[in-house]
Design a protein around this ligand. Structure first.
Ligand code: SME
Length: 166
């Protein structure tokens, strides 16, 4: 399913439906992998993006490693500061990329990807991973996505504190 051209208002409304759904799903489960997997699935179904998933920082801090996702095969490891994901991790800031071909150092996992947004995830004040979303259309992501996905990231951050494997 590929959801086409939601207006800014419709997009905000969709997020306001979806975020409480995710909150409800993860409230009943403490396992991080299970919760990230369901979060990726709910987002993919709701918005129809090409790829939705997580990369988690190795405890040593060297690389991001692929975690639960929905979409085509993806690269498994991203070094600190590399690609959009590595930049968001190092800079601890959301990055919106309207055209991936114009982003220096972009790592192309799928040749179908045209635009991307990466949101850092924080636990205990440090960045422990990122939520990465790609789409086949240019400029698919904007400040509305950043606003709601950062709220989601905050919600997910709480999960990390309870986990021993991160
Ligand atoms: N494009 C990302 C790599 C991950 S894939 O898009 C799933 C990047 O430049 O970091």
């Amino acid at each position: 399913m590929h959801e086409l051209h939601l207006s800014a208002q419709d997009k905000a409304a969709r997020y306001r439906e979806v975020l409480p759904q995710i909150a409800a799903v993860i409230a009943d489960e403490t396992d991080l992998t299970a919760n990230l997997a369901n979060t990726a699935a709910v987002l993919k179904e709701a918005f129809g993006w090409l790829w939705v998933g997580f990369y988690l920082a190795e405890p040593s801090g060297g690389e991001l490693v692929l975690a639960p996702f929905q979409g085509p095969l993806a690269c498994t490891r991203i070094p600190y500061g590399r690609g959009v994901c590595g930049h968001a991790w190092a800079g601890e800031k959301t990055i919106v990329v309207p055209n991936v071909d114009e982003y220096p150092g972009h790592i192309a996992c799928s040749s179908l990807s045209r635009s991307e947004i990466v949101i850092p995830l924080f636990s205990g004040g440090r960045c422990v991973g990122v939520l990465d979303i790609d789409d086949i259309e240019y400029a698919r992501f904007d400040n509305t996505d950043a606003l709601y996905l950062e709220q989601l990231a905050q919600m997910l951050g709480v999960l990390f504190a309870a986990q021993k494997n991160v």
